[in-house]
Design a protein around this ligand. Sequence first.
Ligand SMILES: C[S@@+](CC[C@H](N)C(=O)[O-])C[C@H]1O[C@@H](n2cnc3c(N)ncnc32)[C@H](O)[C@@H]1O
Length: 325
Amino acid sequence: MKTNPGIIVDALRAAGEPTRLRILALLRHGELAVGELVAVLGQSQPRLSHHLKTLTAAGLTERLPEGAWVFYRLPAKGWPNTLLEGLFDQIDLSQCDFPADSARLDSVREARRSAADDFFSSIAQDWDRLRSMHYPEDLIEAAILKIAGPGPFQRVVDLGTGTGRMLALFGDRAKDVEGLDLSHQMLQLARAKLAESGIGHARLRQGDATATPFESSSADVVIVHQVLHYLEDADRVLAEASRILVPGGQLIIVDFAQHDHEFMREDFGHRRLGIRDDNMKSWADRAGLILDSPVRFEPPKQLEKGIAVQIWPATKPSDHKEVAA
Ligand SMILES: C[S@@+](CC[C@H](N)C(=O)[O-])C[C@H]1O[C@@H](n2cnc3c(N)ncnc32)[C@H](O)[C@@H]1O
């Protein structure tokens, strides 16, 4: 579908200013907070906020508030994406301010990474302890990829993405990968880790997995990895996943199987002691999803307090009819 010429004129006007073009060039490396753009471009915050407002009004950037921070990113699809790709195809980025901006961006990202590392070291011990209680993670991840199939996928959405591990896992199989998490600190960590692994097209958003900002029927794969045991209203995550999935799309839930380690509530803040199969079945039924048999990974035999992990694959039927809210 073609776009109204007035809209394109506004977009070209917005992009046709040196600082705004530098902002667009920087955002091609991934989303950035206003403070980070201030650090790279060396201009005042009010001035940059004004430029960002112009770019957003013209449809060339998207504004994503995250707690006290606001992130900006380039649209992943539609005419703005095509227009910007065409534009940057023609620009020699080894000239003018672009190389220096790019070098300053590297140091801003390095600072982001070290702040994220500090946060991670405060939780890493708990995570290591948990990890040692179950089947090796890399083998579970291989099973997830096998269940999902080779792709390529259009869009993979990871609800409760944490450090973005699932986005990295699916990064080279999907055109678009997007993660959602409640925690700003987790998202900062994910940003650092994804940049490190070169998954430049991954996108992140702050939000609640029980009421996401994502469009209906927009993803061919949704993943919920080690999240449901924290939630009272886990059924709402399945309902939301079903809404986001295209008909025929697949949901992959990975979590602890039902267990009786009461200490995990106290030590790790788990709300549920794993997920019961009958609960999962009734949540899937209510969400209009077809649940497959779970794949189970027993804990290493020598562990006294081991814990089994399960993958519950589910599909949204191809003839699924959306029910109006
Ligand atoms: C144990 S971590 C798992 C992270 C990631 N899925 C993985 O397996 O590596 C659980 C994550 O769920 C997030 N979380 C908890 N409740 C959430 C909710 N209602 N909506 C979105 N994220 C949530 C937490 O912030 C945390 O990052």
